[in-house]
Design a protein around this ligand. Structure first.
Ligand SMILES: *[C@@H]1O[C@H](CO)[C@@H](O)[C@H](O)[C@H]1NC(C)=O
Ligand SMILES: *[C@@H]1O[C@H](CO)[C@@H](O)[C@H](O)[C@H]1NC(C)=O
Ligand SMILES: *[C@@H]1O[C@H](CO)[C@@H](O)[C@H](O)[C@H]1NC(C)=O
Ligand SMILES: *[C@@H]1O[C@H](CO)[C@@H](O)[C@H](O)[C@H]1NC(C)=O
Ligand SMILES: *[C@@H]1O[C@H](CO)[C@@H](O)[C@H](O)[C@H]1NC(C)=O
Ligand SMILES: *[C@@H]1O[C@H](CO)[C@@H](O)[C@H](O)[C@H]1NC(C)=O
Ligand SMILES: *[C@@H]1O[C@H](CO)[C@@H](O)[C@H](O)[C@H]1NC(C)=O
Ligand SMILES: CC(=O)N[C@H]1CO[C@H](CO)[C@@H](O)[C@@H]1O
Length: 498
């Protein structure tokens, strides 16, 4: 009896070792990141995070052996060419990156064609949500610009704002600001949204800007820190910061350019800038901290410090790209494990990708939730100046992408978010006629007041209603046109990369 059990035990051990042996997977990872350290997602900054994840995964998945190959992605075509060259005799099993839209477009298309999963903490532009065809194997581990734009629709709904002007500084190279606010334009279809683009080099076109601000309620900006200050100073000078307008800027990546001291330059305008910034609110990523994160962030900081990369003043936090590529390794490994359990292998890119979508897992900084389209749900924070004398900022609102809810924090002051004196429609500006504004309201009110005289009321309402319909259809064309143009440009921009 005893020997039977012993035999069984030995047999089990042998079986287990055979199984283990055959489960060993060699995984070739090709990482596309720029060498140039002026990018927050350069190889030197991100590599330690990927290695950190690789080490951590050894405990739970001892059979997975990752080989990391770093490829340069400093120029647009180089990434695709490198990818093609390296794949001639042996295709990689996983691609991490590229971050920048133009390189990502080419690489992701080719990878999708070759059935190789791609995970990027970049490729944030609207065009990449198109997963049905060309970007089918792309999983976005950092919240895309579309996810960011949701905080604006949530706020517009909550505070009942109706119109916005987008001020976009376009550098015509990375075009980060263009892609950022393009997403806001897409998501805010139900509101009156107009955009004004200016290049980085040209001086501020103050008059044109003010003319466009005049009849909107909310100004949403994406530009360099100095340009933002310049705009706010002009707005302040014109008394637009008196509570009649809301100002927002979007800065997701560079923590040293917003918050406390962002208005200060040590020049004679500091005092005005501080007052102007009292009406400037910044949308940024929500930061969560958990114990494991501290170790991670210390380790990353040590290795970047060793390389002499001191990039921000409060480097306690690692940036979104570094964090994202770390989590990409966790997500891929869990998906590969799942795929193998279900009888697939590492070459089944399509299946592995599908295991990465519509899931939730514990990332290094907190819970990561992937939507059904393989894009991460994003959590964002809104910072506002809470002490005008000191000019200091606090987070006043959080937005959670998973349940699409706004969370008003204790520092939130509803007066700060109430627009004083709604603006009248200005008939001279053509875009204004798009709005379902005063006429509709009058129609309904008149109808209600003259309840007894139903016929007249009905007449009024119908008349107004008809006018609105006509106006809307009349102005639908140019609006759609602009929308279309933005979208086309984004796709064209991506096409030009391939
Ligand atoms: C790195 O990128 C910056 C910003 O794009 C650029 O000014 C600089 O010339 C680049 N450096 C190298 C070595 O290519
Ligand atoms: C704020 O300034 C604008 C522009 O000068 C003006 O139209 C508006 O009435 C002012 N609002 C308040 C509340 O003072
Ligand atoms: C971040 O912002 C600061 C302050 O505006 C600026 O000096 C720095 O160059 C920015 N860093 C990057 C990587 O954009
Ligand atoms: C962080 O690192 C320290 C020392 O390396 C270790 O003792 C501790 O358990 C780690 N904490 C976590 C949460 O991983
Ligand atoms: C996503 O996952 C949930 C449960 O995990 C499931 O009920 C749902 O059908 C999935 N959605 C899609 C589109 O696969
Ligand atoms: C900004 O200043 C306020 C008040 O001095 C302080 O409470 C807050 O922690 C500061 N924020 C940062 C990010 O330093
Ligand atoms: C939404 O999700 C966040 C984060 O998971 C949670 O803290 C919050 O309570 C949720 N809100 C609602 C209304 O469910
Ligand atoms: C059943 C099976 O796939 N067995 C393989 C286990 O791994 C060894 C070498 O690693 C192969 O020779 C076997 O064919």
């Amino acid at each position: 009896m005893f020997s039977l059990i012993l035999n069984c035990f030995i047999l089990l051990m042998i079986l287990k070792s055979v199984l283990n042996k055959n489960l060993t997977e060699e995984i070739d990872v090709l990482v596309f990141l720029p060498k140039n350290n002026s990018f927050l997602f350069s190889q030197a900054r991100v590599a330690p995070a990927i290695r950190y994840a690789q080490n951590a995964l050894k405990t739970d998945f001892p059979n997975f052996h990752f080989t990391l190959n770093f490829a340069d992605s400093d120029s647009v075509n180089q990434a695709v060419f490198t990818f093609a060259d390296r794949s001639c005799d042996h295709k990689p099993d996983l691609i991490l990156g590229p971050v920048r839209e133009y390189e990502a477009a080419g690489v992701v298309r080719l990878a999708s064609h070759w059935n190789i999963p791609v995970i990027s903490a970049g490729a944030l532009a609207v065009a990449f949500r198109n997963k049905d065809t060309e970007y089918s194997h792309l999983t976005r581990i950092a919240p895309s610009y579309m996810k960011m734009a949701e905080i604006f629709t949530a706020m517009f709904e909550h505070f009942t704002w109706r119109s916005a002007l987008l001020l976009i500084e376009d550098d015509m190279k990375e075009r980060d600001c263009y892609f950022t606010l393009e997403a806001v334009f897409h998501v805010m279809e139900d509101y009156t949204v107009r955009s004004l683009t200016f290049s980085q080099e040209e001086p501020l076109r103050g008059d044109e800007m003010l003319r466009n601000i005049h009849d909107v309620e909310v100004v949403i900006m994406c530009a360099g820190a100095d340009r933002i200050r310049e705009i706010m100073l002009v707005a302040h000078d014109q008394q637009l910061t008196n509570g009649s307008y809301m100002f927002f800027n979007v800065d997701l990546f560079n923590a040293s350019s917003y918050g406390n001291g962002s208005w200060r330059r040590g020049d004679e305008y500091d005092d005005n800038a501080r007052q102007a910034y009292a009406s400037l609110n910044t949308v940024t990523l929500l930061r969560t901290v958990k114990p494991e994160y501290r170790n991670f962030s210390i380790e990353i900081k040590t290795s970047t410090d060793r390389l002499g990369l001191h990039d921000c003043s409060d480097c306690g936090n690692v940036n979104m790209f570094v964090e994202g590529f770390h989590d990409a390794m966790l997500l891929y490994t869990a998906a590969l494990h799942e795929a193998i359990k279900n009888g697939y292998n590492k070459k089944n890119g399509r299946e592995i990708t599908s295991y990465m979508w519509n899931t939730t897992f514990e990332g290094i900084a907190g819970q990561v939730s992937m939507d059904t389209n393989g894009d991460r749900n994003g959590d964002f924070s809104l910072m506002a100046m809470t002490n005008i004398e000191a000019g200091s900022y606090e987070v006043v609102v959080n937005y959670f992408g998973v349940n699409k809810t706004l969370q008003l924090l204790s520092a939130f002051n509803s007066k700060h978010f109430t627009i004083k004196g709604r603006h009248e429609a200005n008939p001279e500006l053509p875009q204004k006629s798009c709005e379902l504004g005063v006429s509709a309201l009058t129609g309904v009110t008149v109808g209600a007041l003259l309840g007894a005289v139903m016929l007249i009321a009905f007449y009024f309402f119908r008349k107004n209603y008809r006018i609105i319909i006509q106006r809307r259809t009349h102005c639908e064309a140019p609006y759609r046109g602009k929308h279309h143009q933005l979208k086309e440009d984004s796709i064209k921009a991506n096409t030009s990369a391939a």
